[in-house]
Design a protein. Sequence first.
Length: 751
Amino acid sequence: MKFTDGYWCVKKGITPLYAAEYSSHKVKDKELVLYAPGRHIADRGDCLNLGMLTIRLTSPMEDVIKVTVTHFEGTASKGPFAETVRCSPHVVIEEDEDTLSFQSGNTKAVVDKRPDSWGIRFLDGDRELTNTGFRNMAYMKQERDGRVFMTEQLALDVDEYIYGLGERYTPFVKNGQSVEMWNEDGGTASDITYKNIPFYLSNKGYGVLLDEEGDASYEIASEKVERVQFSVEGERLAYYIINGHTPKGTVSLYTELTGKPALLPAWSFGLWLTTSFTTDYDEETTGSFIQGMADWDIPLHVFHFDCYWMEAYEWCNFTWDPATFPDPKGMLDRYHKRGLKICVWINPYIGQKSPLFQEALKEGYLLKKKNGDVWQTDMWQAGMGIVDFTNPRAEVWYQNKLKGLLDMGVDCFKTDFGERIPVRDIAYYDGSDPVKMHNYYTYLYNKAVFELLQRERGEGEAVLFARSATVGGQKFPVHWGGDCSASYASMAETIRSGLSLACAGFGFWSHDISGFESTASADIYKRWCQFGLLSSHSRLHGSSTYRVPWIFDREACDVLRKFVKLKCALMPYLYRQAVKTHEEGIPLMRPMFLEFPGDRCCETLDKQYMLGDSLLVAPVFKESGEVEYYLPKGNWVNLLTGKSYMGGGWQKETHDYFTLPLLVRAGSIVPVGANCQRPDYDYADGVKLLLYFPDDGCEEEVFVTDVKGSTVMKVRANRAGGTIKLRAEGRCGNFTCEVLGEEKLKVVLEE
């Protein structure tokens, strides 16, 4: 939301109250409270008939500073607010003649005390990260309707880029964009998105989290080109300066504050196949898909039943449509015997025709209007209501309905929707602010389902396929990118959205391979299969047509088979990286600038990514097979072709459907498993270590885990001259090694 016309003028009808200068302060425990009047106070009379902003500086953990700005503190600020961790960091508050400083860890907020010189500089040691100053921090009143807003503008440096703000399909670098934090179901081709996260990341190595679940608005170098502005309606605005010193460190610190991604079961990394959305299917149809994959020797690991596993108009009743699936438990048993896990589609809505509607109505489990009536709509399902997860009894009721499916043999859930949440005339059970609950609802929804799975299936076995999210949603993976189209343009916007979401610590992410809307050409299907099987999670899904490969062409079966088997073989590497994602909060799929800070060419790359620490992936977006991608400095080798490269520039190549740029970084050890049929197996048994040590003095270590994430094998390697020396610990009885890039290197195992 813009409040100004140019640099100097405020829009007509807007009355601003800017923080103009420091007046005084108080220190209470570890809190610094500042008072900033709306103009320079030259004498005692100037303080009359004048508004003032109150600014509180606190620190929930080391290197994180929270800034809370209020106008009228007597106005209630209802939740919900994002769940954050609260530690007790050491805080230092110091004062001299001209400044007042608040320090947590190596991060400091320095307040300018000089008359008529309001400002706070945020520093990493002596390095300035950003600042607020003249006509930046403000309270704005809209005269025509009395609405009030709090706003802040933080400085942008020369060559500073901003990323993140959730899953965004618009350009990857957010400079120049206006962004609204409002979850909506809008597909993948606009500025509307399912996952709005009010956290942005700077290439300078810090991030800013807005403590607001409502309708926040951002102007990123779009109102004042040297500022990032964010604003919220009401009398309060709060934000966190998060300083992990590097972009990667800041993502890790952000997830320390808001929650780390759960560790997912190894089987979830395999290939998921669905019925698609509006297609006709029954057990004969789904069985033919499963058998067809086996006939084509394409490993399949999860089968998903989309909406019509339930009877039409009764979503959700959590009951198999008896006309289509007369023996659901027997069917699930048969599929389990084939080694498959089962996922079913759910949402938090209860259609009026569902038998559960009257039950939920009677017990008061549905979202209500202020007059006590149940809120209902005909959009999506006739007369549907929405489960009110702020009611603890409603949450338990909903979980118990899902537990019945788990007892029957369902393994996990696709938690669709969660974005279409009303705000007008709404009264939540716990009194939450309906505007703030619009985005936060999905957190409660996915949390309820994920925690049920953890209880019933055990820690490390819970997995969702979720579409909507907000701050903290990364704790309940996996998330997928929503309704994309069957085109290269949509494939590209899908990657952009995943990389943007990764900036908020969403460690595990997927998408509908070949697009949800329409039906892809065989060419696009095959290229998207390459990308999809080199994503953290891989699902074939569509809208009105099936996604089994043989409906495209024979070669599609060959391509899908190759890359499913490649992913299964890479699981010792991928699952160790998944453990790091869980422990450190660094996404498995990550933007290039996160891994190579300071490389200016990496800062705008949005069609390639790092898959863990060692692998670079550059999907192909042209029917010709041409692809152009950037390699950071250093040596690289293509894992599929064996070709070596010297980085530090752009590469242009042509690839068939069986290869693409999949590059191993210098100094890497990539463990490859002996099983190319399943994602969950004994990773240490017969593991092959791919060693890429092109430079003398290269040293690295690799960990191989079991399917629960525990380390069972550790190998340390270093190159000295023409020899790579290995030292192994743990289960190392039958591992082998392969040297990439140089055939003449010797490998020696030290005792």
